[in-house]
Design a protein around this ligand. Structure first.
Ligand SMILES: N[C@@H](CCC(=O)N[C@@H](CS)C(=O)NCC(=O)O)C(=O)O
Length: 227
């Protein structure tokens, strides 16, 4: 499987992270996203007319949406990441996959504005990002009350992997995560998963890894740190 990839892209990182968690070996083809805008070159537009990365190629199959790539990688090698398959659970995962596109547009847009000087209304991008973070915080708080660490269950699913990167990188766009304790606990749980990999700006846990399924462990760990 070949991933058209850019190391600083949170959307590409979703695919790399899912592959790592699933134990799938990806061949990486580095795309000169910046400054070369290679994702808009004729060769890449032929693969993805939308002009975005990641793109995953597996034989004749070409996937150009990160959510579809997560479904494919999990389906191939880590079906637990697709949830239990009950109608409500499957629908909730889809709900979060759609929500992740709002994170890309808002927090991702703010990050592109700040890091690559993309034009855009930074205050409006940040405001939409903060609105999305508030929704996420409320949902994760509810999950914790139910004793569930992740977005749809006790165990992580592709919903978590789809939402994690742009949230974790929100500070790059000037959006602080200080006001969202449930989000910070959830990010720790994701970073503690077996097989977790880093990207620039998202690091492994330096502390002794807590059990991501034990909420009280996570709360204690969070209380003892400022990150
Ligand atoms: N809907 C796409 C969006 C991915 C996306 O926004 N990728 C960024 C890189 S992180 C991109 O290629 N943007 C094109 C551009 O900014 O020119 C997906 O989820 O795969």
């Amino acid at each position: 499987m070949l991933l058209y990839d850019y190391i600083l892209s949170p959307s590409c990182y979703k695919a790399r992270l899912m592959a790592a968690l699933a134990g799938v070996k990806l061949a990486l083809r580095a795309v000169d996203f910046h400054p070369g805008a290679e994702h808009r070159s004729p060769a890449l537009l032929a693969l993805n007319p939308a002009g975005s990365i990641p793109i995953l190629v597996d034989g004749d199959l070409v996937l150009t949406e990160s959510s579809a790539i997560l479904v494919y990688l999990a389906g191939k090698a880590a079906p637990a990441y697709l949830g239990r398959g009950d109608p409500a659970g499957a629908a909730r995962i889809q709900q979060w996959l759609a929500f992740s596109a709002r994170l890309t547009a808002s927090l991702g847009g703010a990050r592109l504005h700040e890091m690559l000087h993309r034009p855009g209304d930074i205050e409006s991008l940040r405001a939409s990002g903060i609105a999305a973070l508030r929704e996420l915080e409320a949902a994760l708080f509810e999950q914790r009350i139910k004793g569930e660490t992740f977005l749809t269950a006790v165990r992580p699913t592709i919903a978590d992997i789809a939402c994690f990167p742009y949230v974790a990188l929100a500070p790059d766009g000037g959006v602080s995560l200080d006001a969202y304790p449930s989000i910070r606990l959830w990010m720790r749980a994701v970073r503690a998963l077996d097989g977790f990999i880093e990207m620039p700006g998202i690091h492994r846990l330096h502390e002794l890894k807590p059990d991501p399924h034990d909420v009280s462990n996570l709360m204690e760990a969070e209380a003892g740190t400022s990150s």
